[in-house]
Write a protein that binds this ligand. Structure first.
Ligand code: PLP
Length: 394
């Protein structure tokens, strides 16, 4: 099996699992309890919080809140901030956010909020001028993802944060960094980002644990009310093993960043170049430099993406046609549509995403096998004249 769907989820690192195991077995005390038996889990949470603080470059561990996933982090940030600022009812976001963010704003729109969705160009880059023109005095919240889950394109969130604070200092800025964490350095302390969300299962921790960073002066209401956990801002007995897991994964991801930015990128580039050179109907959906190092998105003209995925699966290769939440539906990706990807390639676009566990031999295998798959699929396409033209152009 060759796993090239690391933007959907990642394998749990063995070293992460090893750190978690004691807290799934013998060290099961509730960390809030008074007796000595609870001291180890309480200390383990403290240690994990410090590791995540370092990973995100936060000034203080009080700015780190453990959640259950990236979606919860986004929902807490958005709903929590808007709840604290009810007289401002304007929001700015982008057309290419993850459904965890987009669908949350759709709910606010139904309740009378005005939401501006900023577009992207054909390479998936954000229209910064459009964003600047939309910022208003009554803007309550802006949210822009750090890196796009389908294309890997990185957005200039630090520059956006500076602009917001200079023009509309009361507006809050949330960054969905789920696809940036572990792939590029994040250092919130030196930025004007107010809130930022990450998810453990995207960087080799298990599914079911996330983090919300909120700068110390940012007020938000909890999404889950109850006990005093997470300083009263996220109730529920702490998921100690998973919190330990995300802490360890953050530490390991920090150590592996150099490898991600050099070796994972080299393999991604090799895969991308190999496919574009060897497959006549392949087009790179975005080739911008400013992308996370593990992601490529390639359109195969005049063929169905689902068929490509099934054929790849038959030879043991896991890939995806978009975000895991929308693959499974036949709707073309909202991200590629926002980029204006031609109709001929829209339905045949696939995302390949690597990790630090991807081997060069796996990349070579995909480059070698894909041309035969595409020969087969193009031979049954109803667009033979168009394909012949493409073949001649190459
Ligand atoms: N934001 C982005 C950019 C994502 O890619 C994802 C998951 O794919 C999420 C948010 C949601 O994260 P989770 O699955 O942890 O809820």
């Amino acid at each position: 099996m060759i796993y090239l769907d690391n933007n959907a989820t990642t394998k749990v690192d063995d070293r992460v699992l090893e750190e978690m195991l004691p807290f799934l077995k013998d060290e099961y005390a509730n960390p809030s309890s008074m007796y000595d038996f609870a001291k180890k889990p309480a200390a383990a949470i403290k240690e994990a919080r410090a590791k995540v603080r370092d990973f995100l470059g936060a000034a203080n561990e009080k700015e780190i809140f453990f959640t259950s996933c990236g979606s919860e982090s986004a929902n807490t940030a958005i709903k929590g901030v808007l709840n604290c600022n009810k007289d401002k009812r304007h929001i700015i976001t982008t057309k290419v956010e993850h459904p965890a963010v987009l669908n949350t704003y759709k709910e606010f729109e139904k309740n009378g909020y005005e939401v501006d969705y900023i577009g992207v160009n054909s390479q998936g880059e954000l229209d910064i001028e459009e964003f600047k023109s939309k910022l208003r005095k009554d803007t309550a919240l802006v949210s822009v993802m750090y890196a796009n889950n389908e294309t890997g394109v990185i957005y200039p969130v630090e520059e956006i944060a500076e602009y917001i604070k200079s023009k509309s200092p009361e507006a809050r800025f949330f960054v969905d960094a789920v696809q940036a964490a572990g792939k590029i350095p994040i250092n919130v302390k030196d930025t004007k980002i107010d809130l930022l969300g990450i998810s453990g299962h995207k960087f080799h921790a298990p599914k079911g644990v996330g983090v919300l960073y909120a700068k110390s002066d940012v007020r938000f209401t909890p999404l889950i009310n109850g006990g005093h956990q997470e300083r009263g801002l996220r109730a529920g007995t702490e998921n100690v093993p998973y919190i330990v897991g995300i802490g360890k994964a953050a530490e390991l991801a920090q150590e592996a960043l150099k490898y991600e930015l050099s070796e994972v990128k080299r393999l991604r580039d090799k895969l991308e170049d190999g496919i574009i050179k060897n497959v006549f109907n392949a087009r790179l959906n975005t080739g911008v430099k400013n992308r996370v190092p593990n992601t490529t998105n390639i359109g195969f003209e005049y063929v169905e993406g689902e068929l490509i995925l099934l054929h790849l699966s038959d030879i043991g290769v896991c890939a995806s046609s978009g975000s895991a939440c929308t693959s499974g539906s036949l709707e073309p990706s909202h991200v590629l549509r926002a980029m204006g990807i031609p109709f001929t390639a829209l339905h045949g676009s696939i995302r390949l995403s690597l990790s630090r566990f991807t081997k060069e031999s796996e990349i070579d295998y995909v480059i070698e096998k894909l041309p035969a798959i595409m020969d087969k699929l193009t031979s049954i396409s109803p667009f033979q004249d168009e394909l012949e033209k493409l073949r001649n152009q190459r």
